[in-house]
Design a protein around this ligand. Structure first.
Ligand SMILES: [Zn+2]
Ligand SMILES: [Zn+2]
Length: 154
């Protein structure tokens, strides 16, 4: 990400249904993925990706996340209506991570560190080698001509 791009982007995001929305007042200071078992369970996915800012630089602009204190040191925020994972916050730290996939412009930030590698699923390292298909090609294959999305529009 170039510095000029980071300055011009709206660092906004939110959950799939739109009940919870946020804004970052600064570009993320750090981004990472975490393969730990807690992140796997919290997301239902092989790993989570987070972009971090100082806690005071995250503003909730609509609604508030539900919170699950997943351990004595951390809280996870998620939309209580649609379930989208939104944040990870180590309680004694001054920073908070938002899930990269919940950003309105997720391509604007990329991870520079992996955590929890002891739990990394062996196949994640080879994802880039799997055959790929665009959504419109998948739709054509199944005769789906139109999808009426209920996802909140960024
Ligand atoms: Zn939601
Ligand atoms: Zn983790």
């Amino acid at each position: 990400m170039s510095d000029s791009k980071a300055r011009t982007i709206d660092w906004t995001g939110g959950c799939q249904c739109g009940a919870v929305r946020y804004r970052l007042l600064t570009p993320p200071e750090h981004a990472s993925i975490c393969h730990c078992r807690m992140c796997q369970k919290a997301s239902g996915q092989p790993f989570m990706a987070f972009a971090s800012v100082k806690r005071e630089h995250l503003r909730w602009t609509r609604g508030r996340p539900a919170i699950f204190a997943s351990s004595n040191i951390a809280e996870r925020g998620f939309c209580g209506a649609c379930g989208t994972p939104l944040t990870w916050h180590r309680i004694e730290s001054g920073s908070i991570g938002v899930t990269i996939g919940s950003l309105d412009h997720p391509e604007a930030v990329g991870p520079v560190q992996q955590y929890g590698i002891e739990s990394a699923l062996s196949w994640t390292a080879g994802l880039g080698a799997l055959p790929g298909k665009r959504t419109e090609d998948w739709m054509r294959e199944y005769g789906i001509t139109r999808i009426d999305s209920r996802q909140y529009s960024d």
